[in-house]
Design a protein around this ligand. Structure first.
Ligand code: ATP
Ligand code: MG
Length: 336
């Protein structure tokens, strides 16, 4: 059975953008495919410590797994939850792949260039994490790894490393799908970008400091409503979907369509000819508030123990699969 692998770093609370653009599409994908694929949902805690962690990583981990359940993930025997650091084979294979990858190809990673800002003082993890990511994928023969565009280059790196390795040592790794096929598999929702509420020219990001720019999934519904009501619009006085000239208004319609799971085109048509931005804001504010109310009440009903039990099961599965792949790799190097 083939594997779909996904993980979101749990360094901090997530935004409405992360929820609508990453978590929800992933949960829907998992629910549609968990009969024919293994769905590996892992918490990349070793990736987390590359940068600051808000709060306690253990608590954040439990919380982020609860998010999947609160977003409607249906559990079955093919859905596996695990923490990266509880499966030591990830770090072990990372080292071995370090000895396969070249400085040249790893230094070309755009994320490394951006995150290190060319400074020698950046930690080595920032340089090395794409190799750890390759290990995360290759240990499980994962074929689909739904991720954002910023990580596409890392999938290509993984494919290159796996191909080079297989050419030398035989067919040990499954080559993950090309990024273009990954996107096709993910469907239309992938690539949807919720915008910043104050500066709608850019996307909503959890690292943006201005609180009114972003809706956090733990905001009180009342607070979230206020943020929507104070969102930046424009002075054109017509409700039209035009991300270029009217990004604020367009973003509100996009949010509405994603929350209601209604085609964007239908939302656009229903507001066509309207001019009162206040009405649109009120409608979207209500949708966001009821989404948060529902999400937060589901979250409260999930106990830590439920997650810990799922982790125990998932980690036993993950260690079995990962250790057997690692052993094959160790053998070709004469390590075993
Ligand atoms: P940061 O500011 O730290 O980069 P972020 O909000 O951009 O945080 P990431 O951790 O970079 O979040 O990304 C987590 C996932 O959320 C990725 O799959 C990314 O593509 C998706 N994502 C991030 N921002 C948005 C957004 N505004 N709309 C839709 N999806 C988003
Ligand atoms: Mg980001």
């Amino acid at each position: 059975m083939k594997t779909i692998l996904t993980g979101i770093r749990s360094n901090s609370e997530i935004t409405l953008g992360n929820y609508l653009g990453a978590l929800l599409p992933m949960v829907r994908l998992a629910n549609t495919h968990s009969d024919e694929y293994n769905i590996n949902i892992f918490v990349p805690d070793l990736h987390s410590i590359i940068s600051e962690v808000d709060g306690n990583l253990h608590q954040n981990t439990i919380r982020s797994l609860k998010y999947y359940l609160a977003s409607g993930l249906v559990l079955n025997k093919n859905v596996h939850f695990y923490r990266q650091s509880y499966v030591p084979a990830h770090s072990e294979l990372c080292w071995i792949l370090d000895c396969v990858a070249t400085m040249g190809e790893t230094s070309r990673m755009i994320q490394y260039k951006e995150k290190s800002k060319g400074q020698d003082s950046c930690n080595v993890g920032i340089f090395n994490y794409p190799i750890l990511m390759a290990a995360d994928i290759l240990l499980y023969d994962a074929i689909y790894v739904p991720i954002g565009e910023d990580q596409f280059q890392h999938i290509e790196l993984t494919r290159n490393l796996a191909t080079r390795f297989n050419n030398k040592f035989g067919d040990i790794f499954t080559i993950p799908a090309k990024t273009s096929d990954q996107v096709k598999f993910m469907g239309e929702e992938e690539g949807v970008r919720v915008r910043d509420l104050i500066n709608p020219e850019k996307k909503m990001s959890k690292s943006t400091l201005a609180e009114n720019s972003k809706i956090m999934m733990n905001d009180s519904p009342e607070r979230a409503k206020k943020k929507i009501m104070s969102a930046t619009t424009d002075s054109l006085g017509r409700i039209k979907f035009d991300m270029w000239r009217q990004p604020g208004v367009s973003n509100l319609m996009l949010i509405e369509s994603l929350i209601q799971d209604e085609p964007l085109q239908d939302v656009i048509s229903s507001w066509s000819g309207e001019t009162r931005y206040g009405e649109l804001k009120k409608k979207v504010a209500e949708s966001v508030a009821s989404l948060l109310t529902d999400f937060q009440s589901k979250l409260e009903q999930i106990s830590d123990d439920e997650i810990l039990n799922l982790l125990e099961e998932g980690e036993s599965y993950a260690n079995k699969v990962a250790n057997s792949k690692l052993l094959e790799v160790q053998k070709v190097f004469g390590l075993r």
